[in-house]
Write a protein that binds this ligand. Structure first.
Ligand SMILES: [Zn+2]
Length: 377
């Protein structure tokens, strides 16, 4: 059995190490995790970058040993925000009514403690496994995913990966991609007393905004549902008595694994060009995290479903994950079949008074342990 005491202690200690991102300062948390990994006999490397950013990787087993599996989660948290709004100090890591409290409890320091609890139990049993297990606790998942991207670029590969994110112990095998698109509308400025002499960029933009609101997607994924497209920012105008010659609209698009980025952009261009000519606008992608999907028939998926069913005593099926995460880079860049599986509810992440149930952390750890034992047997 995994040790509840060990998991609670580690989760609390990790919460006490502030790793808010931005600004992103994971180095202290990485050092703490490296010490724990070394204590249980894993080969450990801290990969420091920028000022105080860092990934930490622990490995048990040799480079060419198979099967191999990576447990991947992140060291950074979203900022705590206004501390006055919290009913407990966000970096206390205290336990109240069997819940660990603080920024990162759900996303994702509790998950990291559950991963470590499973590895500690394997170590205590004398590592009764074949193959190789890798623990990757990464930087910057909450902003750009620099941490996992770096590990993948440096050639870290395994046969399988589990991304630790709050899924309420569900096995998620797909997530949508996220595209941030910026459209600059160009007009011609004029004195506001003579509007007809100018071309109002805000009018071009507002026609586009209306069309986006009515936009419908026919595509549908069995786990992820429909794509979405929404306006998240709009900026325009110069002064209250000038016809505006500029207006910028930013969109957040969530696309399915079956959709091509180019085709989606083309669809947007067609919408714009109903009211504006090519020279009236400029469109560009500000950020893109591709969608990801793992086959439901993959051995890891089947093993994970069986194991969760055994531990929680209820039969479950595969799900889609509502947000993007580092699975995108593991699947698209490293070609590693990946699932997302972790304790806690996504609704309880990124909120004031973040907390997670101790018993769910222990169940997650038990699930990770059994998956490792089965895959690496
Ligand atoms: Zn997360």
């Amino acid at each position: 059995m995994v040790s509840q005491e060990y998991i609670v202690e580690l989760a609390s200690k990790l919460i006490r190490i502030n790793s808010e991102n931005p600004p992103g300062r994971e180095f202290d948390a990485a050092s703490f995790v490296a010490d724990e990994l070394a204590k249980i006999g894993m080969k450990t490397v801290i990969d420091k970058f920028e000022d105080s950013r860092a990934n930490v990787v622990g490995v048990y087993g040799e480079e060419n040993q198979h099967p191999s599996i990576m447990l991947n989660t992140h060291l950074d948290t979203v900022p705590a925000g206004d501390r006055e709004k919290w009913s407990f100090p966000p970096f206390s890591g205290e336990v109240r009514e069997n819940r660990i409290c603080g920024r990162g409890a759900v996303d994702a320091k509790g998950v990291l403690a559950s991963f470590l609890g499973a590895l500690k139990e394997l170590a205590d049993k004398g590592w009764p496994i074949k193959g190789r297990v890798v623990l990757a606790a990464v930087a910057d998942e909450e902003v750009e995913g620099k941490g996992t991207k770096k590990l993948v670029a440096r050639g870290l590969r395994t046969d399988y990966a589990i991304v630790g994110e709050p899924t309420s112990l569900n096995v998620c095998i797909a997530h949508k991609g996220r595209v941030v698109v910026q459209v600059d509308f160009h007009g011609r400025s004029a004195h506001a007393s003579k509007p007809s002499r100018g071309r109002n960029a805000i009018y071009y933009a507002s026609k586009f905004v209306e069309k986006i609101q009515k936009m419908k997607f026919t595509e549908k994924h069995n786990l992820l549902g429909h794509p979405t497209c929404t306006i998240t920012l709009i900026r325009g105008g110069v002064k209250d008595n000038i016809i505006p010659d500029n207006c910028t609209v930013t969109l957040d698009l969530r696309i399915l694994p079956s959709m091509k980025l180019n085709q989606t952009l083309k669809k947007l261009k067609n919408l714009i060009e109903k009211d504006a000519s090519k020279k009236d606008y400029h469109i560009r992608i500000v950020n893109y995290i591709p969608p990801a999907e793992t086959s439901p028939s993959n051995a890891l998926v089947k093993t994970a479903l069986d194991t969760v069913t055994e531990v929680i005593g209820k039969k479950i099926g595969v799900r889609g994950f509502p947000a993007t995460c580092d699975m995108s880079f593991l699947v698209n860049q490293a070609r590693i079949p990946t699932i997302i599986l972790g304790p806690g509810r996504i609704e309880d992440a990124h909120v004031v008074d973040e907390s997670i149930s101790v018993s769910e952390l222990v169940k997650a750890s038990q699930i990770y342990l059994r998956i490792l034992e089965k895959i690496l047997s």
